[in-house]
Write a protein that binds this ligand. Structure first.
Ligand code: ADP
Ligand code: ZN
Length: 225
């Protein structure tokens, strides 16, 4: 495994598995996974001012305003654990956020190493999101059909209760996909233009997708091909 720091961005609509792959990449590279959606959800739960500001947008499946989101990421990337690299999951999601990230990384004399765009068919995305359940305690994701827990409604890892994310109902899912198409999908072309984009097929099981990502990064695990 390469010992270098990785500064990566995961791009792709809700439901393609950014969270799962982000967690594995963070583990593999020893860098933090920075998932803006998770940070917002925790802020909502803790009723912080940021959480209060973000809640109505999240509930509606809309993007939280750029100034709030960019401020949050700036703060997070300034922390010590992010200095050796990071996996950004769910940021940037707008052109303005991408510009802010470029400026931030450049100010430190660094650069991004890659942007992984994970692609999955639209029908599969909707199936994944509406069947998704999460452990309320440790956040481990499950799926009613394809990744069900041993005991219905109970987390295999910690015994916590499985819940559905409030924004995984069908109406909000449609809004989230629409926001993605309009505001985030164009970022793929931007990153392609600067030579950072790596497109990865997100169909198939988690291990297969993870191996594809590692190959795309030139950091393949297992026997050399
Ligand atoms: P998903 O990718 O499955 O839609 P996330 O957990 O990444 O879910 O995000 C959940 C919600 O948090 C989004 O619908 C949005 O309201 C908010 N959010 C997360 N990241 C951003 C971002 N970079 N910019 C604006 N809003 C964001
Ligand atoms: Zn759990």
């Amino acid at each position: 495994m390469s010992a270098r720091a990785w500064r990566l961005v995961l791009l792709g609509p809700p439901g393609v598995g950014k969270g799962t792959q982000g967690r594995r990449l963070a583990q593999a590279f020893g860098v933090p996974q920075i998932a803006t959606g998770d940070i917002f959800r925790n802020a909502v739960k803790d009723r912080t001012p940021m959480g209060t500001a973000a809640k109505s947008y999240i509930d509606a499946g809309k993007l939280v305003p750029d100034d709030v989101t960019i401020g949050l990421v700036e703060e997070r990337l300034a922390r010590p654990d992010a200095q050796a690299g990071f996996i950004l999951d769910g940021f940037p999601r707008t052109a303005q956020q991408a510009t802010a990230l470029d400026a931030l990384v450049q100010r430190k004399g660094l650069r991004l190493d890659g942007v992984i765009e994970i692609k999955v068919d639209a029908a599969e995305v909707i199936r994944r999101l509406t069947g998704r359940r999460l452990c309320a305690v440790c956040q481990t994701p499950y799926h009613l059909e394809s990744a069900s827990p041993k005991l219905p409604g109970v987390c295999d890892r910690c015994g916590g209760p499985l819940v559905q994310r409030e924004d995984d109902d069908e109406k909000t899912v449609v809004n989230r996909l629409d926001e993605y198409q309009r505001k985030t999908a164009p970022l793929a072309e931007y990153y392609r233009g600067v030579g950072l984009l790596r497109v990865v097929d997100g169909n198939g099981d988690m291990d297969t997708v993870f191996a594809r990502i590692m190959t795309a990064l030139g950091a393949a695990v297992g026997p050399a091909a």
